[in-house]
Ligand binder design. Structure first.
Ligand code: AOS
Ligand code: ZN
Ligand code: ZN
Length: 386
């Protein structure tokens, strides 16, 4: 097996979303699961279990107001006691009647101000949690031609973002996520990487793009976008998940492992996993029918496995083949790395670092699932959202 720089694997960190541990579903049905967290504390405990067994997930993203608490410093200490830290703060301007026709883009200044104030409150939370990133995903958009002034909405968006950005601290970042459709079905106000990049560039150095892998039209070459954003120095973070149809939020690497490999190859190629890189890796997933904690374990392992395979690409040989016009040779170098089973090597690495060789099996025999099912009775289970 080709050898590679081990530090990239050693330093790999994938943030877990608090909402992945709650019940989620479709508009037809949300299925409850025994042991589902009832509080943000229980979500953090579950996330910490994933980190304990994999060594890959030392931070948890919060969604405000879903994860609102009185004292975020106390919550941070609680997380630290469990071996994790609080990470990205996600704003939410998509579950309030006032935002029916938009939030940061709304024609009504009062509604825009309400949405801006929510983001300022999120920045305040970041100050208490020590979080670096404010991640903004907007549901803003329109469903029918003529419903809104496309250009005016962009102008208002730019103005609102600029107001929020003024409050972003020197050590903080504003990360703007794009999505091609849903809930809006005609115009989405931040539909693609170009729009996100245009706004982030206008804001300044501490504004970056968030690439959610499930937010592209079928057939989109996502690794190209990754390469381009890295070139431009504007790839701030990933929301990892996978999809068959739309924004399915399935386990990353489940639907198309080869695509994940190609994406991670470009991340490595662009220095996105080098020490000090601005690229943050995060999951943005829901577990509708599968168990949630194993779902998160499987996810971070998938990212680790595809990172290892991407690192196996013999880049010197690849460059030589590319420059020689050896199309099939170059392609074979990529495929050799992709088809390499890195699982035994990763199991060995885990053992040598005091982690279980097989985190999925370790969780299954840990008794944790049974314990939380017994303990977490009464109260209301969290669902996607609260
Ligand atoms: C929505 O589709 C986006 O992926 C956002 O990242 C969103 O904030 C997240 O899914 C949690 O709702
Ligand atoms: Zn997302
Ligand atoms: Zn999404």
């Amino acid at each position: 097996m080709t050898t590679f720089d081990e530090t990239i694997l050693d330093n790999l960190e994938i943030e877990l979303p608090s909402w992945a541990f709650g019940n989620s579903g479709t508009r037809f049905k949300v299925f409850g699961t025994p042991g589902t967290p009832r509080t943000i504390h229980e979500k953090i405990a579950d996330a910490a279990k994933v980190n304990e067994l994999t060594g890959l997930a030392p931070s948890v993203a919060l969604h405000i107001p879903w994860d609102t608490v009185d004292d975020y410093r106390v919550l941070g200490s609680y997380a630290a006691d469990l071996g994790v830290r609080l990470g990205t703060i996600n704003s939410n301007t998509f579950q309030d009647d006032d935002y029916k026709f938009g939030s940061l883009t709304h024609t009504d200044k009062t509604v825009r101000q309400k949405a801006i104030d929510h983001h300022l409150a999120c920045i305040d939370v970041m100050g208490q949690t020590g979080s670096r990133d404010l991640k903004i995903w907007l549901a803003d958009g329109t469903n029918y031609p003529g419903q809104g002034d496309i250009r005016g909405r962009q102008d208002r968006l730019a103005e609102s973002l600029a107001t929020i950005y003024q409050h972003i601290g020197d050590d903080q970042r504003l990360v703007l996520e794009y999505k091609f459709f849903e809930p809006a079905t005609y115009v989405t106000d931040v539909p693609d990487w170009g729009t996100s990049y245009a706004h982030a560039s206008a804001l300044g150095e501490r504004a970056m793009v968030c690439l959610d892998t499930g937010h592209h039209a079928p057939g989109t070459n996502i690794e190209f976008i990754v390469a381009q954003l890295l070139r431009l120095g504007k790839l701030g973070s990933f929301d990892f998940n996978s999809r068959f149809y739309a924004d399915d939020d399935l386990i990353v690497g489940a639907a198309d492992p080869f695509q994940l490999f190609r994406i991670l190859f470009e991340v490595v190629r662009g220095g996105g996993l080098d020490t000090g890189s601005p690229v943050a890796l995060m999951l943005d997933q829901c577990h509708n029918v599968e168990e949630k904690i194993p779902g998160q374990i499987r996810s971070v392992l998938n990212v680790q496995e595809m990172t290892a395979r991407a690192l196996l690409v013999d880049t010197d040989a690849l460059t030589a083949a590319q420059e020689a016009g050896d199309v099939l040779g170059a392609n074979a170098i990529m495929m050799d790395a992709f088809y390499t089973d890195v699982r035994p090597m990763l199991a060995q690495r885990r053992e040598s670092r005091g982690l279980p060789a097989d985190p999925m099996a370790a969780f299954a025999t840990s008794g944790y699932a049974e314990r939380i099912a017994d303990e977490r009775v009464g109260g209301t289970q969290s669902s996607w959202g609260a």
